[in-house]
Design a protein around this ligand. Structure first.
Ligand code: IMP
Ligand code: MG
Length: 179
């Protein structure tokens, strides 16, 4: 099926599973080479990165740990904008080599917050592994070390990414059909 409906929108198949798996394998091979003696702690950012992290970690064959965090989103008492904070990290990351595992870097605002938070907690080195990146949307000066796939600035679902909660279970990526 190449066209699907989610809520009020139509999405068409844009990246098939085989291409996804190939690109994830490529990233894993690179990480295996780069971090072989670094004892990395992978930090999977829920919910979106759960599927990428699952497939990626099956291809990682160096000693490592994996843990999971979420981002809180609330109105700060004395700030106007939304303040996001990394929650759920129980590990001591002082002096650790971290790999942040994300679903997508869009504007980069979220990733900038994650990097700031992990730096404040004493991480030694922070590498970023994202499944997708929208290069044309990037607004922050961040270094993304590993990108499985670069995509145009269109809204997509599947492989962990959602449209209002739905579509995360899809094994392929679908792009919104403009009307
Ligand atoms: P950023 O802070 O602008 O980089 O946005 C990152 C977050 O926006 C991701 O973690 C996703 O949750 C969400 N996001 C950005 N683009 C898409 C998309 O095309 N589909 C679904 N979620 C998206
Ligand atoms: Mg995300």
């Amino acid at each position: 099926m190449s066209i699907i409906d989610i809520h009020d929108k139509k999405f068409s198949l844009s990246i098939p599973e085989t291409d996804i798996q190939e690109s994830v394998k490529r990233v894993a091979d690179q990480i295996n080479q780069d971090l072989i003696d670094k004892d990395p702690l992978f930090i999977c950012v829920l919910n979106g990165a759960f599927m990428f992290a699952g497939d990626l970690m099956k291809q990682i064959n160096i000693p490592c740990e994996i843990t999971f965090v979420k981002l809180s989103s609330y109105e700060g008492l004395y700030t106007t904008g939304k303040v996001k904070e990394v929650i759920g990290l129980n590990e001591n990351i002082v002096g650790r080599n971290i790999v942040v595992v994300e679903d997508i870097v869009d504007t980069g605002v979220t990733m900038e917050k994650i990097i700031a938070s992990l730096t404040a907690k004493g991480a030694k080195e922070i590498k970023i592994a994202t499944f997708l990146q929208k290069p044309d949307a990037l607004q922050r000066d961040i270094t993304i070390d590993y990108v499985a796939m670069k995509i145009p600035n269109d809204f997509i679902v599947g492989y962990g990414l959602d449209y209002n909660g739905y579509g995360r279970n899809l094994k392929d990526i679908y792009t919104v059909v403009q009307e």
